[in-house]
Design a binder for this molecule. Structure first.
Ligand code: FRU
Length: 503
């Protein structure tokens, strides 16, 4: 979209949006674009009190098209302010996924003496003409900078900074500052592996290594990588985490995210686990392109994913907009009986959404127990005692007056968590959408903890203090207005339940 046209469109859509803001399936507390199409989160960076969220955006339609970088900022990760589109397609190509950094030392030279630190965005250029002409070099890496806290962006005059030498899938640069060598490191997804590049100035890049040809899952093309270090169990030992999203082959079908734990020496990554080991970030079908914020306060590693799946993202039944992001999550590493594993929990800021609170404790649940919720946004935290449980499965049931239902819980007989959307409302838009999804349980603890975040059209299940995550979307024909704890084929013992109405 041309810039002038876009400003007119912005005005018009604001007027229209004001009139049509009551829409089915629009979430209460998850980020969505005002209008139009959204996929991957991009360029996430924290600078001077603001979390920036850019995202793959096609403003002209609710399906994927020539990509722009949409933009929003937040002070608390919960309340977002929409800003004008940050990056538009240009003569080199449209703007695919990438990252952003604060160039504190002005290594790029984009900054002015004594002025703001440049924010530098590093993204993939995708050239449709090249692709249509069946060339192999239609993706390359470009950069742009902002000297006004991300409000306006200037593309670098000598883009692209990394040309393509004939690799068809060559994209999604994630850049970080590497202290030991005082250099920038880029992790780039290239078909079935990642490549590492270094640079002193964000403009000149040299490849230093690659990883992954025969490691992890290869059910689809590798996309949207991320690389960062985290302490294990909050202690002195640090490990590197390499996130790699894959376009297909996730545990419950379609696109999903995997990760590797290992070492990074400034040049390349070494996996601590067996090449055949696959570690999944999330077992639901709706958490893709997860990457993390650069420079989040207090050394926190905060992630965000696109809450959809390439299998059906373009045909889900929303009208003026398509797709939401997951809740931002805080990542950590813990030792388990299977080795070091990633844990994730919604960020602490979720607490600002909490309204009315209710608690229950020490109860036998023999069939169902209704919770006093008012529907829509809910956070439910449950602890069950498995040693006093005879039920085959138990958990939370969402119901509306049309009789549509979603179940979230645990199957004791198979030791798996599940989210079941087979009867959750609209499903005909995609064969295979109405399904029960599973996740294996890693913990062996008799106390089983479920932390559940329910929005109008999604649920995020965080089990065993973050060891297992499942994210699923659904589209009820009417909002769910009843929530109950259920127990099937026997009883379960509820140690504790706290639930909040979310605002
Ligand atoms: C992942 C992805 C990226 C690409 C972008 C295009 O969902 O395919 O690899 O950069 O989306 O919108």
């Amino acid at each position: 979209m041309k810039k002038q046209l876009y400003l007119f469109y912005l005005l018009l859509s604001n007027i229209l949006f004001a009139q049509t803001s009551v829409e089915p399936h629009r979430p209460l507390f998850h980020f969505t674009p005002k209008t139009g199409w959204m996929n991957d989160p991009n360029g996430m960076v924290y600078y001077k009190g603001e979390y920036h969220l850019f995202y793959q955006h096609y403003p002209d339609s609710t399906v994927w098209g020539p990509m722009h970088w949409g933009h929003a900022v937040s002070k608390d990760l919960m309340r977002w302010e929409h800003l004008p589109i940050a990056l538009f397609p240009d003569s080199i190509g449209c703007i695919f996924s990438g990252s952003a950094v604060v160039d504190v030392k002005n290594t790029s030279g984009f900054g002015k003496k004594g002025g703001e630190s440049p924010l530098v965005a590093i993204f993939t250029y995708h050239n449709f003409e090249g692709e249509r002409a069946n060339r192999n070099d239609f993706q390359s890496q470009g950069i742009a900078y902002s000297l006004d806290k991300g409000r306006t962006w200037v593309k670098y005059a000598h883009n692209p900074v990394i040309k393509n030498t004939g690799k068809r899938d060559f994209r999604d640069p994630k850049v970080m500052w590497y202290e030991p060598t005082q250099q920038w490191i880029m992790t780039l997804a290239v078909a079935n592996h990642v490549e590492f590049y270094t640079s002193k100035d964000l403009k000149n890049w040299a490849q230093t290594g690659e990883f992954g040809h025969t490691e992890g899952s290869h059910g689809g093309v590798w996309e949207c990588p991320d690389l960062f270090q985290l302490p294990v169990d909050g202690g002195k030992t640090q490990k590197w985490v390499l996130i790699v999203n894959i376009g297909n082959g996730a545990p419950n079908g379609g696109s999903g995210g995997q990760y590797f734990i290992g070492e990074f020496d400034g040049k390349t990554f070494k996996n601590d686990n067996k090449p055949s080991d696959i570690l999944w970030l999330d077992y639901g079908t709706d958490n893709y392109a997860t990457v993390t914020w650069a420079d989040a306060p207090n050394q926190k590693r905060l992630s965000l994913g696109w809450m959809s799946n390439w299998q059906y993202a373009q045909i889900v039944p929303t009208q003026t907009w398509r797709s939401a992001m997951t809740l931002p999550r805080e990542l950590g590493l813990v030792n388990t009986h299977q080795g070091v594993r990633l844990i994730q929990k919604p960020v602490k800021e979720v607490e600002i959404l909490r309204g009315d609170k209710n608690t229950l404790s020490k109860q036998v649940i023999a069939s169902t127990l209704g919770l006093k919720t008012k529907g829509k946004g809910q956070e439910i935290s449950l602890t069950f005692d498995l040693s006093k449980t005879t039920a085959s499965d138990f958990g939370i049931e969402l119901v509306n007056s049309k009789g549509e239902k979603v179940w979230i819980g645990y199957e004791k007989t198979t030791q798996r968590f599940f989210i079941d959307r087979t009867e959750g409302g609209k499903k005909d838009f995609h064969k295979g959408f109405a399904k029960r999804h599973y996740a294996p349980r890693l913990s062996k603890d008799n106390l089983l903890k479920l932390s559940i975040f329910i929005d109008v059209a999604s649920v995020e299940l965080i089990a065993d203090d973050g060891l297992t995550a499942m994210t699923d979307i659904f589209f009820p024909n009417e909002d769910f207005n009843k929530t109950a704890i259920f127990s099937k084929n026997g009883s379960t013992f509820l140690e504790k339940c706290v639930f909040w109405q979310l605002k």
